[in-house]
Design a protein around this ligand. Sequence first.
Ligand code: 13P
Length: 250
Amino acid sequence: MMRNFIAANWKMNMTIPEARQFLHGFIPTVQSVQEDDIIIAPPFTALYAVANAIQGTNIGLAAQDTFWEEQGAYTGEVSPRMLRDAGCQYVIVGHSERRQYFSEDDVVVNRKIRATKESGLGVIFCVGESLEEREADKTFDVIKREVEAGLVEVSFEKLVVAYEPIWAIGTGKTATVEQAQEVHAFIRKILYNVYGDNADEIRIIYGGSVTADNVDNLMSSQDINGALVGGASLKPESFSRIVHFKKDIS
Ligand code: 13P
């Protein structure tokens, strides 16, 4: 059976002492989880400290972004190789906040994904439509374009796709299970076109106002293989409850 993939995206939150305090509370509560992957994506500055604190636990580490070059004169940038060096197993690429505030387009996202995979790291590749696009009935066009463009010359190994409808991020407006399921099934179909049966190995996770209260419902959906959690991942209690989701089969 496929392992679920539950990831915390801390965004621009958490100093090193705050991250350590979070982990002090969080680690003991999730030690028993063997069947799913638990990943934390702290800001760059806390990566190394978090890597040390989670050593020997069942928690993995991700970065929130990367550059596509390996090294050189790129002031302010961080390469996949450096992220691996700091202890990362995954990198989040293509988050809508990067696309929106830093003008990252599909070509940039694809370059970053390829560079990340070339360095041996896994990718959490984010796609999602805006409210305007959803209301104009363009959801499937946008998703198809983003997924296909992002995955040009990208292999299926260590690839996780995150569906994050922009209108659901940080707004408290979660997609309904039906809305999420519909897009996840659509992404799965595109992945089959690109990778054939190997697509079976790719986790498709949902992000956008996931909380301790709605996670059970979302995770009961057949095509939702995990969650990418922003706000609700900043408190050990709520992220722990999310990691301990229960499939609601009623
Ligand atoms: P929220 O959970 O705060 O809506 O953020 C979702 C997200 O963007 C995760 O990457």
